[in-house]
Design a protein around this ligand. Structure first.
Ligand code: F6R
Length: 240
């Protein structure tokens, strides 16, 4: 696992974008595994700026996202589909037809998980971008999720609901469930990029980088992947 420690969020975002842009430039048909949340927003802003100013093209790129809340339609402003459009897809030249997320508003959630797993079987991520939960989750694979899991329905932990409530009007509006790629789908990526910032992630970063490899801290599984880059700011790295 390669760990790059940056001064702050801005430097973390610039370096992460540089890595993704390099992959897209060397392979215009790259498959990008993408994440939502606060961690990659700056990365996506840098990618958008580079697309605008330097013309890096995403016309041939396919994207697969990690997860989506159950019960929110793609036009709900807290859905991850909406997040991806407003934070990235609307600002680069990717074809929306080539962007993929699980649908949290599907009437048959198990059938939706099966559809997404079949789709992922055809698109190995050249890079999978990850944020890190303060409890060590990756995607919405909460502590205890088996390492061989594939896309599944998740009951979010109270910890995650609380962490994510900052984006909703009240904690009661935070969805209690999500569909998430499993750990096996994440580990199938050719390379993995984790972006992490902030003191509240320091303990999880330590567990991810040098703790015991255990489902109790899902991100510790990344120690078993041959090509992982962690880009974290110095607050997130403070317990390493
Ligand atoms: C988002 C996701 C989550 C977040 C994690 C960190 O698609 O899968 O694992 O990456 O909860 O969230 P932030 O970046 O908001 O701290």
């Amino acid at each position: 696992m390669k760990v790059i420690i940056t001064e702050n969020y801005e430097e973390m975002s610039a370096k992460a974008a540089e890595l993704i842009i390099g992959i897209v430039k060397s392979n215009p048909n790259a498959v990008l595994g993408l994440a939502t949340g606060s961690s990659p927003i700056g990365t996506y802003q840098n990618m958008a700026k580079d697309c605008r100013e330097n013309g890096t093209s995403y016309k041939g790129v396919t994207s697969v996202n990690l997860d989506e809340y159950v019960g929110l339609t793609a036009d709900h402003d807290q859905s991850y589909a909406y997040f991806m459009r407003t934070n990235l897809f609307d600002h680069i030249d990717i074809d929306l037809k080539n962007t993929n997320l699980p649908s949290g508003s599907a009437s048959d959630l198990q059938a939706e998980c099966d559809r997404y797993n079949a789709l992922l079987a055809g698109y190995q991520q050249d890079v999978q971008v990850l944020g890190l939960g303060s409890n060590g989750h990756i995607g919405f694979n909460e502590p205890g999720t088996p390492f061989d899991s594939v896309t599944h329905l998740v009951d979010l932990t109270e910890n995650t609901i609380k962490d994510n409530s900052r984006l909703f009007a009240s904690i009661d509006e935070v969805p209690r469930q999500a569909l998430s790629m499993g750990i096996k789908n994440i580990m199938n990526a050719k390379s993995i990029l984790v972006v992490v910032s902030g003191k509240n992630k320091a303990k999880a970063v330590k567990g991810m980088v040098k703790g015991e490899i255990t489902p109790d801290l899902p991100a510790s599984v990344l120690q078993l992947h041959p090509f992982v880059t962690v880009i974290c700011d110095k607050d997130a790295a403070s317990e390493l």
